[in-house]
Design a protein around this ligand. Structure first.
Ligand SMILES: [Mg+2]
Length: 226
C-alpha cells in the first residue's frame, strides 16, 4: 500500500537553472565591484573555487556549499577570506530565495498527497541549512513530514544511505513509497535499486520508466498507485 511520496527538491518542486544563472551573475557583479576585478578574473577564481571544493569534498553535501566557493574565490584572488565571503554568499542566496517559486501544480500536488494521508518526504543533495531555508521560503514547512539531505546522510544520491535514511524517517518500507524527481540516476535508478517505485519528472519517455511532464501529470500517476 502506498504510504509516502518522496520528492527531490531542486528542479523538481521549483526551477533551479535560470535562477542560478542570474544569481551567479549578481554574485559576479557584487564581487567585481567590491574588489575592482574584471568579470573574467572573477570567473577564473570562482570556477577554481568550485572545482577545488568538489575535488576535495567529492560525493558529499558540503561539495555544494557556496560559502566555500566564495571563500576559495577570495583565496585565489589573494584577498582576506573572512567577511566578504559571507556577503558574497548572501548576495547569491538572497537573490535565489527572494525569486524562488513553486512550479505550477506543486502546491496542489502536495495538498493532494496530504489529503490522501500520504507522508511527504524531501530527499535532496546539498547542505541542510540552505535546503531548510528554501523549504521555508516555498511555504512547505507544514507539509513536509521528513527531510533527508546529502549533508546529513554523508553521501549524495544515488548512494544507498540517503534513501535508507529517508525511508527510516518516514517509517515506511521501500514498496510503500514512490520517489518523484528530475534526475534519472538520482531520483529514479537509485531508488529503484532499493525497490522504491519512481516517477521520472520531465524524463525521457523511453518506454521503460514511468515519466510525467508536469506536476499535475505526477498526480495522475499517483492516482493509479494504491
Ligand atoms: Mg533535481
Amino acid at each position: 500500500m502506498l504510504r509516502a511520496v518522496i520528492f527531490d527538491l531542486d528542479d523538481t518542486l521549483y526551477e533551479y537553472e535560470e535562477l542560478n544563472r542570474i544569481a551567479t551573475a549578481k554574485l559576479c557583479a557584487f564581487t567585481c565591484e567590491r574588489l575592482r576585478v574584471s568579470e573574467q578574473r572573477f570567473y577564473a577564481a570562482y570556477d577554481w573555487g568550485r572545482r577545488e571544493t568538489k575535488r576535495t569534498l567529492g560525493n558529499t553535501g558540503a561539495s555544494h556549499n557556496r560559502l566555500l566557493y566564495c571563500q576559495k574565490t577570495l583565496e585565489y584572488l589573494g584577498q582576506r577570506p573572512v567577511g566578504l565571503a559571507l556577503e558574497m554568499y548572501e548576495t547569491y542566496w538572497g537573490y535565489m530565495l527572494e525569486h524562488m517559486n513553486l512550479r505550477p501544480g506543486a502546491g496542489e500536488l502536495l495538498g493532494y498527497c496530504s489529503k490522501r494521508g500520504l507522508k511527504i518526504g524531501i530527499c535532496t543533495d546539498l547542505t541542510a541549512h540552505i535546503q531548510h531555508r528554501k523549504l521555508k521560503r516555498l511555504g512547505l514547512s507544514e507539509l513536509v513530514s521528513a527531510l533527508a539531505t546529502s549533508e546529513e546522510a554523508g553521501i549524495e544520491k544515488p548512494g544507498e544511505a540517503i534513501y535508507l535514511l529517508m525511508l527510516g524517517k518516514l517509517h515506511v518500507q521501500p514498496e510503500e513509497a514512490v520517489f518523484v524527481g528530475d534526475s534519472l540516476e538520482k531520483d529514479v535508478l537509485g531508488p529503484e535499486r532499493l525497490g522504491i517505485r519512481a516517477v521520472w519528472f520531465q524524463g525521457k519517455n523511453d518506454g521503460v520508466h514511468t515519466t510525467a511532464t508536469t506536476l499535475p501529470d505526477v498526480r495522475r500517476v499517483l492516482d493509479e498507485i494504491h
